[in-house]
Every structure is written in C-alpha cells, then in structure tokens.
Design a protein. Structure first.
Length: 524
C-alpha cells in the first residue's frame, strides 16, 4: 500500500500510464502524464529554494494545475496550506502569516488580492491563468516585493540544467502533508496539521466503506481547497487509480446533463445546498435517464425533508456522512443497509466514536445528548502554533473532542444536534438548534433557516429563528411560531422570527452563526 497520495499516483503512472486520471473540460489527463507534470513542478520548487517542510499555499480554483501543484508540493517535501478562494484580506493575512507560507499557487485575481498584504514569509507567487496558459513571467516583483512567475514558466524550471541535480523522494508516512484551517464558523480559524499517514488511513476507510473501486468515475464539482473535495473526492480517485471528471465549479443543470452524457459517472459528492439545487432543477426539467450509483452528502446538515424529496425524485437515498478539517471523515451511513434520514451513521472501518458528558467527559448511554468524540489513525497531529488548543482538544486517552453535540441510537446511528457553542439554554432548558431548524425546513414557505440564541434578561437566552422565505407568499412570524409550537415542546418555539434575504455561509454552505449573531446584535 502507498504511504501517501503522491506515492499512489507514482505507482499508477508506472503500472497504467495511459489510464485516465482527470477529465477536465474535454481533455483527458492520464496517470503517466499527470505524474510527469508533478515531477516537473516538484523539481521547480526545489530549484526555486523550497526546503523540506516549507509551506506551499494553494489559493486557487479547481483545475488540473491545482492537482499538479498539490502533488508536486508533497513530492518536493513541502506542506500544503489550503486556502479558501473566497477569503479576503483579513483571512488571507492571518492564514499566510500563521502558516508561514513561502510559496503560493494562485490565480491573477488571487495575486491581486495578496498584493496589498504584508506577508514576511512569502517569497514567490506562481500564477495560474485559468482560461489560457501564460507562457512568460507575469511580473518579476510586485509592490510587496514578492516575486511572481507564470505557472507554465515555473514548470520549465523543472526542465533546466539546475533540475538535473534535484533528487526527489516520496514523503514518509509520518511527514506533515496538509495544514487545513478550520472553517471559522465560531471564530478565528486554527491550522490543523495532518500527516500523510492520516490522509492514507482516512481514504482507505472511505473507499472500503463506500465500495469505491478503480472502475468508478467521480463527478467532482466540490472545491479542492476543502476537505470534502480534496481529501475525499480527489484522494479517493487517485489512491485507487480511478477517474475524476473535474469541474471548475458546481452548476445544477450541467451536473444533471453530465449524468446523461457520461453514463460511466458512478459517484457524486455534494453539500446540501448543491442537492437542493439539483432537486429544484429536476423538478423543473425532469430527472436524467442515467444516475450514479452513489450520492454522498456532507459538510453541513442535510435536512430530512431534502433527503426524502431527493429519494422521491431520483429513487435513491443520499448517503450522509460526517467529517471535519481535523479528521477527514468520521461517521457514515452504510453503503449496504439503511441510510437513515437525519443521521450520519456510525464510524468508518478502523475508527471509533462515542458520546460523552460535556462536563464530566464520561461516556453516555444511547439516546442521551452529549459531545461527540472520535479516535483513530485519521485524527490530525495538532494545531500549528497552538499547543494550548491542541492539549485542550484531546482527552488523556487520545479521544478528539469534536465540539459537536449529538446522540447515538441503540443500533449505532449517530445524530448531530449542533455545535457545543451553539447550545441554547433558555429558562434552564437545553435547546438544540438543529432540532428546530429541521422543523422549520419542513415548512413549505421556508427556503432556509438558522436558529440561534440571543441574550434575554428573563430566560437567559431566547430562541431566535432567522428565515429566508421560499419563492412565493412569505409566511408571517405568527405562522412560524404556531408551526413550531404544534411540533415541538413549547419552550423550543422561537421567541423571535426574523426574515432576511440570505444567510451568511462559508464556501461549503455552512451557516456562519457567529456572523449572523453579530449582524443581529448590530441590528443590520
């Protein structure tokens, strides 16, 4: 077995060089061709001064250049820092400084965003033109004294005489591989360090659980800067020697058309927002004739209503799973067996999960809500520059405290009720926002909903429902309160109902409740 994803690609390139690895905008890239470019990029990095352990930032949209740069950084001994393309100056300054990024692979627009920042460690930007290759250096230096070079010109550094002396070594399993920053839904993002062996352990468990084989073809429209797109979609494909049909971004109509146009597509991974758009597209234009054998959802809660609506239209049940930046994937509904709406199933092979009391940290029996803890070879090594946060995140016997609340059924299905920090305590009662959000999502006039707690002098906190109305006649606040009162205990009903045009979300569709709370406190 390979000890890293890049080693798996190297083996596939030797065994099956003509086998399709990536299909992108009508062009097929074989494993042999892919690994050849990976070696060029790795040599170019070393020639450009990369030292083992240096951080290489990936601030780039989906493209073959992302795949080559990511694998090339690993082959050169670098550590990849993943950067959300939606981030702007405050987030970028924090991440690139905190991770001490020396090289950054980005687009022309990304380079423009970085130009005004003071980044003392950054020495070189490698600029990828998404629509056409740039043959010459973009600029020798920009205003911040950071050298810039076009991607194609940079690759040629890996062909020159200086590269002949470069010796490339497959990374060791214990070497650091990725720094993934937490999504920042509750505050400033922390950098989680994952080792190559963490990535391999996780993708081995995933491919086993989901019956993923080299013959599968994945339609990959998730962003590669995120765990879901990279550490699940891309890693699984390359580790097995399978094929990914890579998209720059997701489009519902294009996705359904692709299922018809390419019956070989057998896998699709998405987030609930994507599935909502797929359902709406199918309702308007009909379901495709051909469908993948497996649809997977994660990165945000999938409402039971959307789960059942998807099944009604497509005749398949989405497989919902649960993961996070620090661990990759933790829990999954079964491939064979009941995929239960509203749950995320049980642990992947070789992993453990349990529910503990949030104060005493002792294990709780089934059906009692507590914090989810996980343990296994997939769990990250720690937060960079934050030994305090690392120590706080682990129990003495090695369980990682996820910060997510939930409960487990007698037959082993876990249900997530929300983040520990999102728990609302009103009048002495513990209230879990997810339960109320699921009820709100079932209301036909509600498009999206988020539930938060706001300070209340009498009750401590009050339940506030923030709603984006569905298309059509919007509901009234009284209707929403009444709807919840009929379906939930009275103390769980919203005390306030606020209608908004949209909810603040991160790139993967997760509602950023700390931003929502701040907006409501400011009255904006």
């Amino acid at each position: 077995m390979a000890n890293s994803i890049v080693e798996a690609v190297a083996k596939q390139a030797r065994r099956q060089p003509e086998r399709a690895a990536i299909i992108f905008e009508g062009k097929t890239i074989s494993y042999g061709s892919l690994y050849g470019e990976v070696e060029r990029f790795a040599r170019a990095l070393v020639v450009s001064g990369l030292q083992r352990g240096d951080r290489v930032g990936m601030f780039l949209e989906n493209s073959p250049a992302f795949v080559v740069s990511y694998l090339g950084a690993h082959l050169a001994g670098g550590v990849v820092t993943l950067i959300n393309t939606q981030y702007r100056q405050v987030e970028l300054s924090h991440i690139l400084t905190d991770a001490a990024v020396r090289f950054c692979v980005t687009s022309p627009s990304g380079a423009t965003e970085l130009r005004s920042l003071v980044l003392p460690n950054l020495t070189l930007q490698i600029i990828v033109e998404q629509n056409k290759p740039v043959a010459e250096p973009v600029a020798e230096r920009d205003a911040s004294s950071v050298a810039s070079v076009a991607y194609e010109a940079f690759l040629r550094r890996g062909d020159g005489p200086a590269s002949d002396a470069v010796s490339l070594t497959i990374p060791a399993s214990d070497a650091p591989a990725i720094i993934g920053y937490t999504s920042g839904t509750t505050g400033r993002a922390k950098g989680a360090m994952l080792l190559h062996r963490n990535l391999v352990a996780n993708i081995t468990a995933i491919t086993t659980a989901w019956h993923w084989t080299p013959d599968d073809r994945l339609l990959l429209a998730l962003p590669l800067f995120h765990t879901h797109g990279l550490a699940v979609g891309l890693h699984g494909t390359l580790f097995l020697g399978a094929t990914a049909v890579l998209r720059r971004k997701f489009d519902a109509a294009e996705t359904l058309a692709a299922f018809n146009d390419d019956p070989a597509i057998s896998l699709f991974f998405g987030v609930p927002t994507m599935y909502g758009r797929i359902v709406a597209e199918a309702q308007e234009h009909g379901a495709p004739r051909h469908l993948p054998r497996l649809f997977v959802s994660g990165s945000a809660p999938l409402s039971p209503h959307l789960f059942l609506e998807f099944e009604r239209i497509f005749g398949q049940r989405i497989l919902e799973r649960y993961g996070m930046t620090e661990t990759g994937m933790n829990l999954t509904n079964p491939y064979d067996g009941e995929r239960r709406a509203g749950t995320v199933g049980g642990p992947f092979p070789g992993q453990e999960a349990r529910i503990v009391d949030t104060d005493g940290r002792f294990a709780l029996p089934p059906a009692v809500i507590g914090e989810i803890e996980v343990r296994g070879p997939h769990v990250f090594a720690g937060y960079i520059n934050r030994p305090d946060a690392t120590a706080e995140a682990f129990s003495p016997d090695g369980w990682f405290k996820t910060g997510d609340l939930g409960w487990v059924s007698d037959d082993g299905y876990f249900t997530i009720t929300g983040r520990a920090r999102e728990l609302i305590i009103s009048g002495g009662y513990n209230i879990y926002p997810r339960e109320i959000e699921d009820v709100l999502a079932s209301h036909p006039a509600v498009g999206e909903a988020a539930v938060i707690g706001m300070a209340d002098e009498d009750m401590g906190e009050q339940v506030v429902a923030v709603i984006v109305p569905a298309v059509g006649e919007p509901p009234t606040a009284e209707e929403i309160v009444s709807y919840c009162r009929e379906r939930l205990a009275s103390y769980k009903k919203p005390r306030q109902v606020i209608f908004v045009a949209s909810l603040p979300r991160n790139a993967l569709g997760k509602v950023q409740k700390h931003l929502l709370s701040a907006q409501l406190e400011r009255g904006t």
